[in-house]
Design a protein around this ligand. Structure first.
Ligand code: SF4
Length: 292
């Protein structure tokens, strides 16, 4: 398979064939992120993508899951995305899942009708990096949208019938009292979207990111592991969603959790409370086993 640069995908797409449709991220400005700093954003030629699909057909013969990379493949023209979806479903009779990373801007740049066409032709799930529901923090991390725009983007995906998976980022407010607002407002923004999946990641700083440089200058401090758990607890306690699956099983997290909300809320909170009460790092994933 042909790939340009490092390839990223959500943990739940581990068994998916990754089809690189764009190179890099169309936004590429978030202060905590260095995933695509080495790439200049561009949309790959459609004929190259269709050739990749034929190569995958020769190699795998059939596929059930495909993930469209890189950072923001939804930014492509709808007509091209529809041709890609058609080629995938024509080539792989068992295909039943096509996922995509979607920035809030690329969602809002598409009409509900366009998103509905993508759903009709087989786009099943969009992964939206919400990160925080705190308006001030959203601006500080240069996410590129306001709270209201983020909510509108998430709702438009759901309205189109596409599954919505959002990621929120623990530790993003640093070791400050603002962390409580970050957690409360993150629960609030999730409540307004009612995503099908909510995935919590824990902030890890990588060289090349703005936030890493701020940390080096002493302007930003990462929270301690049990402070991260307090944030996680506040988020879950304040989530009021229906039929939403919550996961913190990404390798960056200290405590892997998986449960359906609201049904498992009590059990999840009881688990977090018990771990906080024990205050023992042995119950948490060690730092050397954490990763992005
Ligand atoms: S977090 Fe997402 S939108 Fe922001 S720069 Fe990274 S890939 Fe792009």
């Amino acid at each position: 398979m042909r790939y340009e640069g490092n390839i990223f995908r959500p943990p739940s797409e581990a068994r998916s064939y990754i089809l690189q449709c764009t190179v890099g991220c169309s936004h590429n400005r978030c202060t905590f992120c260095s995933m695509y700093k080495d790439k200049k954003y561009r949309v790959r030629e459609l004929k190259e993508i269709l050739t990749d699909i034929r190569m995958a057909k020769n190699y795998y013969h059939d596929l059930e899951k495909v993930f469209l990379a890189d950072g923001d493949a939804l930014a492509m023209e709808n007509d091209e995305l529809l041709q890609i979806l058609d080629a995938l479903y024509q080539n792989f009779p068992s295909l039943k899942h096509v996922g995509i990373y979607a920035s809030p801007d690329s969602i809002l740049n598409k009409s509900l009708e366009e998103l509905g066409q993508l759903k009709e032709r087989g786009l099943t799930i969009a992964y939206l990096g919400v990160e925080t529901g705190d308006e001030e923090l959203l601006q500080d991390i240069r996410k590129g949208v306001s709270y209201d725009e983020m909510v509108a983007a998430g709702r438009r995906i759901r309205e189109a019938g596409i599954l919505l998976s959002v990621t929120v980022l623990l530790g993003l407010a640093g070791r400050t009292p603002k962390a409580v607002d970050h957690a409360l407002n993150t629960a609030k923004i999730c409540n307004e979207m009612n995503p099908d999946y909510i995935a919590a990641l824990t902030l890890m700083l990588t060289p090349n990111s703005v936030l890493y440089r701020r940390q080096q200058k002493g302007e930003f401090e990462l929270p301690e592991p049990f402070e991260i758990l307090e944030e996680l607890r506040i988020i879950i306690e304040n989530l009021d969603v229906k039929d939403s699956e919550f996961r913190s099983n990404h390798a960056s997290n200290y405590l892997p959790i998986k449960g359906k909300l609201p049904d498992d809320k009590k059990a999840i909170l009881a688990l977090i409370d018990e771990i906080i009460r024990r205050n023992d790092r042995n119950y948490l994933r060690p730092d050397y086993m954490r990763g992005l």
